[in-house]
Design a protein around this ligand. Structure first.
Ligand SMILES: Cc1cc2nc3c(=O)[nH]c(=O)nc-3n(C[C@H](O)[C@H](O)[C@H](O)COP(=O)(O)O)c2cc1C
Length: 321
């Protein structure tokens, strides 16, 4: 959870409070000096100075406020949940739908306000109250877009990571994506080992020369192949291929959320048996690799330059008649 998540969560609590107090009261009766609902006297005082149309209680504004009071709270709750759990990617569709409706409502409301016979007085004060709704809309869209990179373009092997913690939910989503990889006879030949501090310390200690780079990696996933078949057999090779697909799914899921990764084998500078021992891998399992992952020190981008593929597509593609 970063500062923007925290800020957005606070804003949603504020919007929900307004939903439950002023907006619900306004839906059933106009707000007067004598209204005794929570925050109503303050609202009356503010509107008398800056927003006379609100106090005039036109029917369109009453109906719009009723809608906001009883329907928009669902959207605020969804955004609150996304901010608290970093669920922006998972909740992208309902959030975008709600934010679009909310922005449309805001534009409509402000147009009606400013073209009325009693437009808002004192723009600083008016937008001081209305601004949080506009700001929240912009920040929510930014959050959702940042959490929805095209992973095929954004994934690159990355070695430099920031210290920002990877949410457990993001790892969980990536693991769920990994096991959706194709696998012949549904052999599910992959095994995954997430690494806590003790295991990471063991892995970092495997090669003194590589320790510094390894210690800069926020998260490690060790992936192994558990196949009933030898790698010289067709089914063994297929299990190996399926596990490679699972690794790619894992990395693509992370990339779609702006989390970088790198598949490491040889450059770990340690024999596979030593890596397998660190995670106490099952008997007969073969190392597919250690996947380094974390937020990159330079944000992932769909336009970042990939290491050049020397053969290119022309060098590997045959168009058969
Ligand atoms: C099976 C496998 C093992 C890899 N092992 C290493 C490694 O030990 N060290 C390393 O620097 N990169 C390793 N890589 C990452 C490749 O170097 C990287 O994918 C390649 O440079 C292309 O860059 P890209 O991933 O940004 O497209 C490995 C990749 C694969 C598929």
């Amino acid at each position: 959870m970063d500062a923007t998540d925290l800020f957005l969560a606070g804003l949603q609590l504020y919007f929900l409070t307004m939903n439950w107090t002023v907006e619900r009261s306004y839906c059933s009766a106009s707000i007067t000096e004598d209204s005794d609902c929570f925050l109503c006297p303050e609202t009356h005082e503010f509107c008398a100075a800056h927003n006379p149309l609100f106090l005039a209680w036109p029917e369109w504004l009453r109906l719009a406020t009723c809608f906001s009071a009883y329907a928009f709270c669902i959207g605020y709750l969804v955004i609150l949940y996304a901010a608290l759990t970093n669920g922006w990617a998972k909740l992208r569709a309902p959030i975008l739908l709600f934010t679009g409706a909310k922005l449309y409502a805001l534009i409509y409301y402000h147009t009606m306000e400013f073209t009325s016979e009693t437009p808002p007085q004192g723009l600083h004060a008016y937008f001081g109250v209305e601004g949080p709704y506009l700001l929240a809309g912009v920040l929510v869209i930014r959050k959702v877009m940042a959490g929805s990179l095209n992973p095929l373009e954004a994934r690159r092997s990355v070695v430099k990571y920031s210290k920002k913690r990877v949410p457990k939910a993001a790892t969980q989503r990536a693991l769920e994506a990994a096991i959706m990889a194709p696998n012949h006879f549904l052999s599910e030949p992959w095994r995954f080992y997430t690494c806590g501090p003790e295991t990471k310390a063991k892995l970092c200690g495997l090669n003194a020369d590589k320790r510094k780079a390894a210690e800069g990696v926020p998260e490690w996933l060790v992936v192994t192949l558990a196949s009933e078949h030898k790698l010289t057999e067709k089914l063994g090779l297929e299990d190996h291929a399926a596990t490679a697909c699972a690794v790619q799914n894992f990395m693509l899921s992370l990339a779609s959320e702006g989390i970088a990764s790198k598949w490491m084998t040889g450059a770990l500078g340690a024999p596979p048996e030593a890596v397998l021992k660190c995670v106490d891998a099952g008997r007969g399992e073969k190392l597919m690799g250690a996947i380094w992952y974390g937020y990159p020190s330079k944000a992932l981008s769909e336009t970042a330059t990939a290491p050049r593929r020397k053969k290119g597509l022309e060098g590997v593609l045959t168009a058969c008649a």
